[in-house]
Design a protein around this ligand. Structure first.
Ligand SMILES: C[S@@+](CC[C@H](N)C(=O)[O-])C[C@H]1O[C@@H](n2cnc3c(N)ncnc32)[C@H](O)[C@@H]1O
Length: 150
């Protein structure tokens, strides 16, 4: 299984990048014993067309999960199950976060899953931090570690 986090724009040094790097490296460590791969972070430039850049960067054969406020509001254990299902079926998964204009309808139309962090719209960088944290939380849930307490 390959796990890709695809996002528009290059992340510069700063508190969001530190958090994302920290959660993704924790995820990589926790995932090792669970058969989950490290996340491959792919950043694309949105010019001239965000939709084209994203479409080209989605790995062939990957299931596509878009992050979208209109999507399904999942619990953290639901998200952990989604990852575990893809792992167990050896199916690649690509998680996509849109840029300032959101995700193009063509990308929405081909999504296998649409995941919402609530009905409010979050800034791109916060959505990235939240997704990185949820990946680590999902690995902790699958590992039965006490990080997730609900
Ligand atoms: C600044 S938002 C884009 C807002 C855009 N104006 C729109 O209306 O779709 C950037 C990206 O963050 C992600 N995002 C923002 N809020 C979200 C939410 N509540 N749930 C899931 N993803 C979200 C989405 O991938 C979105 O494309």
């Amino acid at each position: 299984m390959r796990l890709t986090l695809l996002a528009v724009g290059r992340l510069r040094r700063g508190p969001e990048k530190e958090l994302i790097d920290d959660y993704l490296s924790r995820f990589a460590k926790a995932g090792r014993g669970l058969g989950l791969p490290a996340v491959d972070l792919v950043e694309v430039e949105g010019r001239p067309s965000e939709a084209d850049a994203l479409s080209r960067a989605i790995p062939d054969g990957s299931a596509l999960a878009i992050l979208d406020e209109r999507g399904t509001q999942m619990t953290s254990p639901d998200f952990a199950d989604l990852l575990a299902r893809h792992r167990d079926q050896a199916r690649d998964l690509c998680l996509v976060i849109g840029g300032a204009d959101g995700l193009d309808p063509a990308i929405r139309a081909r999504a296998d899953h649409a995941i919402s962090f609530g009905r409010m719209v979050w800034p791109h960088m916060l959505a990235r931090v939240m997704l990185a944290e949820q990946l680590y939380r999902a690995a902790s849930i699958l590992a039965g570690s006490p990080y997730h307490r609900a």
